[in-house]
Write a protein that binds this ligand. Structure first.
Ligand code: BG6
Length: 481
């Protein structure tokens, strides 16, 4: 299958940090279909040679095994071409069209790796130039909108030019092997399904913790915050995967229909419930991994009185028969104690404890990062001269080790899926809009509340109020147990 993959924003941060390295890995793994071209477009005037040189220089800074050997780079670079393009100029789209017409590739993937405020303009211009025939797919990077209205506006324009089947909205968490494993765990095994409901599960905790701060992305982050950056997309996507009903097939729409139902079943927020069930925080200076780090307000490009949240913890419920009354706690933050992404499923205690000691309930931990694994915590008899003593033991699976040869990074997987036209791991417009609909009351309530985010020390697990949120229901975060 021949393909042309066009990057708009070819000299940008995303193209360099994520997309080109992922494509190189796909090339190295022999997964990139042969007969492909990688076409980068951006504002600067550059020849193919100069662009390839620019890539080569950047690859020099890449660590160890991920850096191409000279010969490998030479082969990869032959696939890469560059043209200057001013995205506001209609005739530049016609030139792109001619470039693509030089050969009629079976598939054309147009990847918008630009600033999102250009998405509507680019889509409209693509439509005007007739760059929307059925061979063409459009890939849109998050953030898709700042709120429901702006997301709807982008979707309206995308839909006026492309069919929904041509639109690939990226949430890179869906490309992580651990997230695909979650589907396998739930729908490839009969074991858990009977337990996957309110009768057996006490609560579910989704934590996406980062030890890094905002780094050089201050100006972007300041207008975004943790709720829009991580909860509206990554955390909610994980929640849908955990809570969805088994789809009737593995087809993209069968899966996305079920995910949408979960989003529609989330308990809506009101101003009162935001005050009670949502905690926002902002990091102050502290110590992370043994290093002293500055607080958010001292990061580059952050205004002195910023009220932007770098941490969110919230409690919600999925209002349907399966999950009625089960709290779902979501938590994310920058400059937390560790880089640690996991989903913890806490089961209910045994109904009638007959052992006097330790009656700790079972727990399933789905580990997303830094390692990809699964841990099932059980109680076992330790043996003792004074009656039976129970002790927790773990069944611990490390998928990174078990499947090392087949592991591919999230962007590699998603790029290959976009080329192959597999939509399963991409977000449909109605899912995305529903997620905005759900977070919007939180944004509105914060706007009306001048008290701002609570402080937390860098290197901690966030403001104490996040622990209180869970403690109110008689539970605690996994790391506090
Ligand atoms: C991005 C956010 O979507 O996800 C970043 O914009 C965040 O702020 C990143 O750091 C986290 O992704 P990962 O894959 O490193 O967990």
């Amino acid at each position: 299958m021949s393909f042309d993959l066009v990057f708009f924003g070819g000299t940008g941060d995303l193209a360099w940090r994520k997309l080109v390295p992922a494509l190189f890995q796909a090339f190295r793994h022999g997964k990139l279909p042969s007969g492909g071209r990688i076409l980068a477009v951006a504002r600067d005037e550059m020849s193919d040679e100069r662009y390839r040189e620019w890539l080569r220089e950047r690859f020099q800074a890449v660590d160890g095994a991920k850096r191409p050997k000279d010969e490998e780079f030479e082969h990869f670079a032959q696939l890469v071409h560059y043209r200057r393009m001013d995205l506001s100029q209609p005739e530049h789209y016609l030139r792109l069209k001619e470039w693509l017409a030089e050969r009629q590739a079976d598939t054309v993937v147009l990847y918008l790796a630009t600033s999102p405020h250009l998405f509507t303009q680019i889509c409209a211009q693509l439509g005007a130039a007739g760059l929307n025939d059925s061979r063409i797919r459009i890939v849109l990077e998050k953030p898709l909108g700042q709120d429901l209205a702006s997301a709807q506006q982008i979707n309206r324009v995308v839909r006026s030019v492309f069919a929904e089947q041509q639109a690939f909205r990226i949430d890179h968490y869906l490309g992580k092997p651990s997230v695909q494993n979650l589907m396998a765990l739930r729908f490839g095994n009969a074991l858990f399904e009977p337990l996957w409901r309110r009768e057996s599960i006490a609560n579910i905790q989704i934590t996406l913790a980062e030890s890094l701060g905002v780094g050089t992305r201050g100006s972007f982050y300041e207008g975004t915050g943790a709720l829009r950056d991580m909860i509206q997309n990554h955390a909610l996507q994980l929640l849908t995967m955990i809570a969805m009903e088994p789809p009737s097939t593995a087809d993209a729409d069968a899966i996305r229909d079920e995910k949408l139902k979960v989003l529609r079943s989330l308990k809506p927020f009101t101003a009162d419930s935001v005050a009670r069930d949502v905690v926002r925080g902002q990091y102050r200076s502290g110590t992370v991994d043994g290093q002293a780090v500055v607080g958010y307000l001292d990061e580059a490009n952050i205004p002195a009185h910023s009220q932007c949240e770098t941490f969110v913890a919230l409690r919600t419920e999925v209002q349907n028969w399966r999950w009625a009354g089960v709290p779902f706690y979501l938590r994310t933050g920058k400059r937390l104690a560790a880089r640690d992404a996991q989903i913890v499923v806490n089961f209910r205690p045994v109904p009638h404890p007959i052992f006097p000691s330790n009656n700790q309930p079972n727990r399933l931990v789905i580990k997303l990062q830094p390692e990809d694994g699964l841990e099932l915590q059980l109680l076992a008899a330790k043996g003792s001269s004074h009656g039976e003593t129970l002790a927790p033991v773990s069944l611990d699976l490390d998928f990174d080790k078990a499947f090392a040869a087949n592991r591919v990074g999230a962007y590699e997987r998603l790029l290959l899926d976009a080329i192959a036209g597999r939509l399963n791991l991409f977000v449909r417009s109605d899912e995305q809009e529903q997620a905005w609909r759900w977070v919007e009351p939180i944004l509105d309530a914060w706007q009306d509340d001048s008290s701002g985010p609570r402080s937390y020390a860098a290197g901690s697990w966030g403001p104490p109020a996040a622990s209180a949120l869970v403690a109110r229901d008689g539970f605690s975060w996994a790391e506090e147990q």
